[in-house]
Design a protein around this ligand. Sequence first.
Ligand code: MG
Ligand code: MG
Length: 254
Amino acid sequence: MIIKSKKEEKILKEGGQILARILSGVAKYARAGISTEELNRLAEEKILKAAAIPAFKGYKVSGRVFPASLCVSINDEIVHGLPGARVLEDGDIVGLDLGIKYKGLFTDSALTVVIGKGDKQAQKLIAVCREALFIGIQQCRDGAHIGDVGHAIQSFVEAEGFQVVKELVGHGVGRRVHEEPMIPNYGKKGSGSRLKEGMVIALEPIIVEGRPQIFLDKDGWTWRTKDGSGAAHFEHTLLVTKNGAVILTRQSLS
Ligand code: MG
Ligand code: MG
């Protein structure tokens, strides 16, 4: 596990603020009629303007190279959706996941919106996922077990009638997009390794309306639900301290 220096913390705070501003700026454009490629283009433009670098574009997994700056995952697409010609429609559940490299260090954040009003179930799915992230964040402090975090997220999500996806997990972040440790959205209190002051982690509940079984789309990137039910995803990059977590990718951190 990696403990960041004070200098790295400072840069990650700056990068987190830039990422928060860009992601919320892009989310404002997520409306019926816009293509997902257009959202990606906007994200990329804003990243370069901020003197940062898209973290996901060029990211390699087993020989494949991710082609875009922004992941856009719609409805039964859970995460890692590829932007393209698809146009957003009223009622779509749209996950936007963005990572940047700023002054050499990475931050990672995601949110989910519904296009237009959406149905009650979609609204609830999104609200529960967002709250699950904050419930998890409340567990993050020096000395907490990773299982405490996952347990808090999983019990809340299941009590609300949804399921967490076990194959997709949070992670350390900073010097690389994905670092040790893995941080599952499920677990047992008191299990797993302990969080330490100075760790920087990306916590990211990923939840589904129906059954939690998933499969990889033939595009090689997009994870989807087997039963076709909707999914939601929220993510913040956090700095672990003695007293709790500082949300580096929250807007207007000060
Ligand atoms: Mg992410
Ligand atoms: Mg992540």
